[in-house]
Design a protein around this ligand. Structure first.
Ligand code: SF4
Length: 347
């Protein structure tokens, strides 16, 4: 097992994860950065490897695929910030990640080392101070938890000093892919006046190693609420049993499954995408098998920056005024009627 991160095709070859690379694979590696942590290599699982090991399939760019599939840039008032919805913003505090996921929807932007430059961060903070509608700051991709605890503490203090910021949300793969980074110093940095939520990004139960479980435990012991986000990935987790194992493992680790994302239209990722109908079918199967607390919402980010919506199966059909037909998780059909409403004009 490698002791340092795998960061190149030759590292992958030495680790026995790929044969001699072709020129197509070299092109892929030149376009989209490679990184896999020792922890993920140690997991030794094909579904884990497939998330980080590049393939020639990434050279296939489909016409519908986009550089910025969820439209971050269109809603950016200043460098490092996306303000799409009135009450929340996305703060890109770094473009570095501990791993580079082959399906990442921000794959064109991530990969540079270092934090958002101080001058840009000052502009972000000035914008937040002036924009009182913002209640929630979402720290995301790159991975905010690659920053040093000292830098995170500074950012937490600066955000906590803005009275209208109620919630700070970290979106991170770190507790799973680099659990040793969840240190006491980091946890201490998260102890600020706004409520800090951590949304753990994970796609397969094999990623949640013993060390990852311990890292999650350190966070929950500190009273930090944990949610998860996963991406539905063809050949990795597009199977009801695999998803059920993932969501049950998360709940066992006190992580509430939050979103299952339909894979975004990032360039060179069509081999990872299922159809929406396949995703809905999986969710329908899981609805019967899993407890409600283990069920995430299946969502899509509408390409072009039009926001996120649930991809709910059609459980409800309107059959008349106040009358419905409801389909249960086994496919059984049931009629339902609302109580008669009083006509407010008849009094
Ligand atoms: S932003 Fe998230 S999904 Fe994208 S490469 Fe980094 S860790 Fe992976």
């Amino acid at each position: 097992m490698t002791k340092r991160a795998i960061e190149s095709l030759s590292d992958l070859q030495r680790a026995g994860l790929i044969p001699a690379p072709t020129s197509t694979l070299q092109d892929v590696a030149d376009t989209f950065r490679i990184r896999m942590t020792p922890e993920m290599h140690k997991a030794g699982d094909a579904a884990v490897n497939a998330q980080f090991v590049p393939t020639e399939a990434e050279a296939v760019i489909r016409p519908e695929e986009l550089y910025d599939p969820i439209g971050d840039a269109a809603f950016s008032p200043t460098a490092g910030l996306t303000h799409r919805y009135p009450d929340r913003v996305i703060l890109h505090s770094t473009q570095t990640c501990e791993v580079y996921c082959r399906f990442c929807f921000r794959r064109e932007g991530v990969g540079q080392e270092g934090a958002l430059p101080d001058a840009d961060m000052e502009k972000v903070l000035a914008y937040l101070r002036e924009t009182s509608a913002v209640r929630e700051v979402i720290l995301t991709g790159g991975d905010p938890m690659v920053l040093s605890p000292r830098r995170i503490a500074r950012l937490m203090q600066a955000l906590a000093a803005i009275p209208h910021v109620d919630v700070i949300r970290f979106h991170t793969r770190v507790p799973v892919v680099a659990p040793q980074r969840i240190t006491e110093a980091l946890i201490e940095a998260l102890d600020v006046r706004p409520a800090v939520f951590v949304v753990v990004h994970t796609n397969h139960a094999a990623e949640i190693t013993e060390a990852a479980s311990e890292a999650l435990r350190r966070l929950t012991r500190a009273g930090i609420p944990l949610l998860s986000q996963s991406v539905l990935l063809r050949g990795i987790n597009d199977d009801a049993q695999v998803l059920a194992d993932l969501f049950r493992t998360l709940v066992r680790n006190r992580v509430k499954p939050y979103y299952l994302h339909h894979c975004d239209l990032a360039r060179g990722t069509s081999h990872f995408r299922t159809t929406i109908a396949e995703g809905q079918k999986l969710m329908q199967t899981l609805r019967g098998d899993l407890s409600g607390i283990a069920m995430p919402t299946y969502v899509i980010d509408i390409p072009g920056g039009h926001g996120k919506v649930p991809l709910v199966s059609d459980y409800l059909t309107r059959t008349g005024t106040g009358r419905y037909r409801i389909t249960d998780w086994r496919g059984g059909v049931h009629d339902y009627a609302d109580p008669p409403r009083e006509d407010p004009t008849s009094a």
